[in-house]
Design a binder for this molecule. Structure first.
Ligand code: NAD
Length: 502
């Protein structure tokens, strides 16, 4: 099966002229006129294909398509938008294997996770589709003399800029609510894994999305991304990526006062108390850092274990980390695939020396995983004996690398957990309900899971505090971002208006 799926994904890439992606603007594929950049296959390190950096003219054309489609899409009844978005979800489900295979090929993600991620993309469309008919609904806020009511309008054409880690799923998570709100979109996927975004825009049009409503431009952040975020006709930017890119985008969008929504980096703690169900906690700790090749914003990359159980827990953990199955993303048995790109591989590898210099112990992994085929494989790695002040406990490594250390008591656990610039997610394992409530309350994180790994309910808010983001997605929070709220005040004719100049 895996060979067949890989071949199908390769055929898709090969069908592009020169294996090079252009853009998709106003309902049609266009060949790019800008500089070509290469896209590599993480599992082999070989050139998979390429894409064109959008020129200023092409970015303008995509924004113009979104601008001219906006009025009509915004005025399309919510029930009709719902139907189209469900049709997109149907097609995503039909093509789920192809989508998952593209993520394996282009992003190096393991099949066992990608087959579910593709379906989650369809779920994202269905969830927001069902809210489309009610997206404009507001509140009634009457006073003695006025009836106030609120109503929401889609904000306009928006830019969606996504990273490379789970490109398809993340794109649907941002694009589906934008379309459900009545916004039109220009999407710029990450340059290291651009192919599944093309699948998405093709599927959307096959399902009946009108031309201009979703446009995809390829390109580099500093050129295409910059132009898009500076464009005066783009009203809001939904961005997922690194914290420092978020700062750049805020600067770029500031001249035209754009609304921004940022989902950024993380250095998320998982805190294990001595009274926790340690077997379950161990499973969750392993899953939350080594799945998705550790390239997951919500990964629990810092493990804080209570001193009394620390040595035993970490010893069991090290045994399991050493036998994680690293391999070809298409092999259904693979648990950890390759890193996305040579540059990212080098970044992750560089932390081995950082850990040694700072005095941490490499208890598992610590070196490239050699498959002899040029892929960017790195051994699942565990640092022990770390301290909160070390760089390996402060910086986002974004690979299959876990930093473990101990804490004494509740206060110490909270202080160490919060002692980072990030605040995306936090995980907590304890059997004591009171403690769970206290610690969850004290965590500086946008999302806390107690006795659980990252299990998403799409109606709940998703996002981070501190350097991990601005704003929330999910449920109605997404609509609040993509829509303007207007208040209308109607007088009952009972109040007195002050008379001046009489
Ligand atoms: P990145 O910030 O380098 O790139 C993300 C996107 O931004 C890419 O499409 C890139 O081309 C574009 N970009 C770069 N510079 C730009 C600029 N000046 N103007 C406009 N666009 C620009 O991030 P990455 O390396 O692709 O992804 C990894 C990061 O994403 C990690 O920090 C991870 O934590 C974060 N992430 C966060 C979430 C979340 O929900 N919080 C989810 C996934 C990934």
């Amino acid at each position: 099966m895996s060979i067949e799926l890989r071949n199908r994904a390769l055929e898709y890439v090969n069908a592009f002229d020169g294996r090079t992606l252009g853009h998709f603007i106003n309902g049609a594929a266009v060949e790019g006129e800008g500089d070509r950049f290469e896209v590599f296959e993480p599992a082999t390190g070989e050139i998979l294909g390429g894409a064109c950096d959008a020129t200023a003219k092409e970015v303008d054309a995509a924004v113009e398509a979104a601008r001219s489609a906006f009025q009509r899409w915004a005025a399309t009844p919510g029930t009709k938008r719902r139907k189209i978005l469900h049709d997109i979800a149907d097609l995503i489900e039909e093509r789920a294997d192809d989508i998952a295979a593209m993520e394996c090929l282009d992003a190096g993600q393991a099949w066992r996770f990608m087959s579910k991620a593709a379906l989650r993309g369809a779920e994202n469309f269905r969830f927001f589709a069902d809210q489309a008919p009610f997206a404009s609904d507001g509140k009634s806020l009457p006073t003695q003399d006025h009836l106030n009511y609120t109503i929401r309008h889609p904000i306009g054409p928006v830019a969606v800029i996504t990273p490379w880690n789970t490109p398809f799923m993340l794109s649907t998570w941002k694009i589906a609510p934008a379309l459900a709100s009545g916004c039109t979109v220009v999407h710029k996927p990450a340059e290291w894994s651009p192919f599944s975004a093309r699948l998405l825009v093709e599927i959307a049009h096959e399902a009946g999305l009108p031309a201009g409503v979703l446009n995809t431009v390829n390109g580099l952040g500093e050129s295409t991304g910059k132009r898009l975020t500076e464009h005066p006709d783009i009203k809001a930017i939904a961005f997922v990526g690194e914290s420092k890119t978020g700062s750049a985008i805020m600067r770029q969008g500031s001249e035209s006062l754009k609304r921004v929504h940022f989902e950024l980096g993380g250095k998320n703690p998982v805190v294990v108390f001595e009274d926790a169900d340690l077997d379950l906690a161990l499973d969750a700790v392993i899953f939350m850092i080594y799945s998705l090749n550790g390239q997951r914003c919500t990964s629990s990359s810092r493990l804080l274990v209570q001193q009394s159980i620390h040595d035993d827990f970490v010893a069991e953990l090290a045994k399991r980390v050493k036998i994680l199955k690293v391999g070809d993303p298409f092999d259904p048995a693979t648990e950890v695939g390759p890193l996305i790109h040579r540059r990212h591989f080098e970044k992750v590898a560089s932390y081995m020396d950082v850990a040694r210099r700072d005095g941490a112990i490499i208890a598992a992994g610590g070196a490239p995983h050699e498959l002899g085929n040029g892929g960017y494989y790195f051994q699942p790695t565990l640092f022990t004996g770390a301290r909160q002040s070390m760089r390996i406990a402060q910086e986002e490594i974004f690979g299959p690398v876990l930093t473990a250390y101990s804490f004494e008591d509740e206060a110490d656990a909270i202080a160490q957990a919060n002692d980072v610039k990030y605040g995306l997610a936090a995980y907590l394992w304890t059997a004591d309900v009171g403690r769970a409530l206290r610690v969850a309350n004290a965590f500086e994180a946008g999302m806390v899971w107690v006795n659980s790994e990252n299990v998403r309910h799409l109606a709940t808010p998703f996002g981070g505090m501190k350097a991990s983001g601005i704003g929330r997605d999910g449920g109605d929070w997404s609509f609040d971002f993509y829509m303007e709220t207007k208040n209308v005040a109607l007088a009952y004719g009972t109040h007195k208006i002050q008379r001046m100049g009489v």
